[in-house]
Unconditional design. Structure first.
Length: 452
C-alpha cells in the first residue's frame, strides 16, 4: 500500500526534557500518573478551588462546539506556559460526519492564541471526539485524532507541518468508538499501535513524518490504553496493550521482542516505575520486573482486582489504584450495613501487599498525582448511556495525602459542569488544575498564595 503522508518544513529538535512546570503529556512525562509540578496547595478550603477561567466563557454556550473546546475526552497538554487541547466540532463535510478535529492553544490567562484544523473527527455520536493528549518534543506539537491520524504542528502558530494516517497507510481498522490512545515519543520516532492492520505498531520520523518502521502484523485490536516506555539496562522499549495481548517492541526497528496473551481486552495503560511495569489482565493487577537483554519481562506478583478505567499511579515505591473496601453504609430501613465501597488503595510495588486504603465517594473515574498528593475524579452517574450527547454529569474532585500508614482526605469540590460523561483526569501544571469535561475546559488555582 502506498504511504499517505504530507511533509512540511521542520527544524532541528530541542532537548526532550520538559520543564518542571509542564504537564509532561499523557499521564505525566513518564506515563506513570505523576505530573512534575511542585509547591501546590496541600489542603483545599471548604469552599473549593478558585476558578481562574473557563472555555466557553459563557455558560449558555456549553453546547456550542465552536465557542468551547469541542467534544472529546482528551486531556490538555501544558507546555511552555501554553495550554494545548483538541476537540471535535461540527462543520465538516457530510462524508466526514460533519465533524472536524480542532486543536486550540490558550495562554495561561485563557486567551486563545490559535486554533488549527487537524482533519476529520470520529463521527460516532457518544465518542465523537479525541482521547489523545497533545504531546510536545522541542519545536513540534503532536495531535492525534480519533481516526488514527497523527498531526505535527508548529506550537507557536498551529501551522501543520506534516500528518500521517495509520488508517490510510496500513489499513488500521478504527473501531466505531474511535482511536483511544496517545502515541509515544521515543528517540527520533513517534509510535502508535495499529488495530488489525498490516502491522502491530507503526512509527514515523518526528521531524518529517516519513514512515520509520512497521512491525509484524497481528490480528489483535487496539486496547483501550496508550503505549509506555520501559528501560532494560538503559535500552528503551515500547510496551503496548492490545485487545488480547501485551506486546513489547524495539523502538529502533519495530521488532516485537516480547508478547503475552491476556484473557480480557479491557485494560488500563501500563504503568512504568523504575525497573517495574504494572499491568491489568481481566481486571487483575500484575507486576513485572524489566530484565536486561536478551530477556524482557518477568512476572513478580499477581495481585488484587482493580478498576482499570480509573488507571493507576506509581509514586514513592507504591502503586495507587481504585479497588474496594468494607464500610458501614446506610440501608433502606435507616440502619447500618457492611458493604463493599470504592476505595483508593496503596500497594507495595515490590510485593503487592495492601498498605493503606480510604473510601472514595461517588463512582471513581480516574486518578492522577502531583507534589506527593493524589487527585481522584468521581461522578454522580447521572449520564444515560443512549449516545444522545445531551446530558451533563456532575464531577467531584478529591485530594488525598498519602502517609506511611494511611491515606488522608485533604479536600474536595464540585467543578462546574461540562457535557457528557465524566472520565477525563485533571491535569496539574503551572500551579493550576485543568479540568476537561466534554466541550468545557475549566482552570482552577492551586497556588497557596492565592488563598492567604
Amino acid at each position: 500500500m502506498k504511504p499517505t503522508y504530507a511533509f512540511g518544513l521542520a527544524l532541528g529538535l530541542l532537548a526532550c526534557c520538559a520543564p518542571a512546570a509542564d504537564s509532561g503529556g499523557y499521564r505525566g512525562p513518564n506515563r506513570d500518573g505523576v505530573h512534575p509540578e511542585t509547591g501546590l496547595l496541600k489542603r483545599w478550603p471548604a469552599a473549593g478551588l478558585k476558578l481562574l477561567w473557563r472555555c466557553p466563557a459563557d455558560p449558555n454556550s456549553i453546547w456550542d462546539w465552536s465557542a468551547g473546546i469541542g467534544s472529546g475526552m482528551a486531556t490538555p497538554g501544558i507546555f511552555n506556559k501554553t495550554v494545548y487541547i483538541s476537540g471535535v466540532q461540527f462543520g465538516g463535510s457530510e462524508a466526514e460526519g460533519g465533524r472536524r478535529l480542532i486543536c486550540r492553544a490558550f495562554g495561561l490567562d485563557g486567551k486563545l492564541k490559535w486554533k488549527a484544523d487537524c482533519g476529520p473527527g470520529n463521527p460516532h455520536g457518544r465518542f465523537d471526539g479525541p482521547r489523545a493528549t497533545p504531546e510536545m518534543r522541542g519545536k513540534y506539537l503532536y495531535v492525534t485524532t480519533g481516526l488514527g491520524r497523527v498531526n505535527c504542528l508548529d506550537p507557536a502558530d498551529g501551522r501543520l507541518l506534516w500528518w500521517a494516517s495509520t488508517r490510510d497507510m496500513y489499513g488500521n481498522k478504527v473501531p466505531t468508538y474511535g482511536y483511544n490512545m496517545s502515541p509515544v515519543l521515543v528517540g527520533d520516532v513517534i509510535a502508535a499501535p495499529i488495530r488489525r492492520g498490516e502491522g502491530t505498531m507503526a512509527a514515523f520520523d518526528v521531524v518529517t513524518g516519513r514512515p520509520a518502521w512497521l512491525s509484524e502484523p497481528s490480528g489483535y485490536a487496539i486496547g483501550d490504553s496508550s503505549p509506555v516506555l520501559i528501560r532494560a539496562a538503559g535500552r528503551p522499549l515500547i510496551a503496548a496493550s492490545l485487545w488480547w495481548a501485551m506486546v513489547v517492541a524495539d523502538p529502533a526497528t519495530g521488532k516485537i521482542v516480547w508478547r503475552q496473551e491476556q484473557p480480557c481486552g479491557f485494560t488500563m495503560t501500563r504503568v512504568p516505575s523504575g525497573d517495574k511495569l504494572f499491568a491489568t489482565f481481566g481486571g487483575v493487577l500484575y507486576a513485572y520486573r524489566v530484565l536486561p537483554p536478551p530477556k524482557v519481562l518477568q512476572q513478580i506478583w499477581a495481585g488484587p482486582r482493580c478498576n482499570p478505567i480509573c488507571q493507576a499511579v506509581a509514586m514513592d515505591g507504591r502503586l495507587y489504584v481504585i479497588d474496594s473496601m468494607k464500610a458501614e453504609v446506610d440501608d433502606r430501613r435507616g440502619g447500618k450495613v457492611q458493604r463493599n465501597v470504592p476505595a483508593l488503595v496503596a500497594l507495595d510495588q515490590e510485593t503487592g501487599k495492601r498498605l493503606a486504603e480510604v473510601r472514595v465517594p461517588w463512582t471513581p473515574r480516574s486518578l492522577i498525582a502531583a507534589d506527593g498528593h493524589i487527585y481522584a475524579i468521581s461522578t454522580d452517574d447521572t449520564a444515560p448511556q443512549d449516545g444522545s450527547g445531551l446530558y451533563r454529569e456532575q464531577a467531584l474532585i478529591t485530594l488525598y495525602r498519602p502517609t506511611r500508614d494511611t491515606i488522608e482526605e485533604a479536600g474536595q469540590f464540585k467543578p462546574i459542569r461540562g457535557t457528557k460523561e465524566v472520565y477525563v483526569a485533571p491535569v496539574i501544571a503551572e500551579g493550576r488544575l485543568f479540568h476537561r469535561h466534554g466541550n468545557l475546559l475549566a482552570v482552577y488555582d492551586l497556588r497557596p498564595e492565592s488563598y492567604r
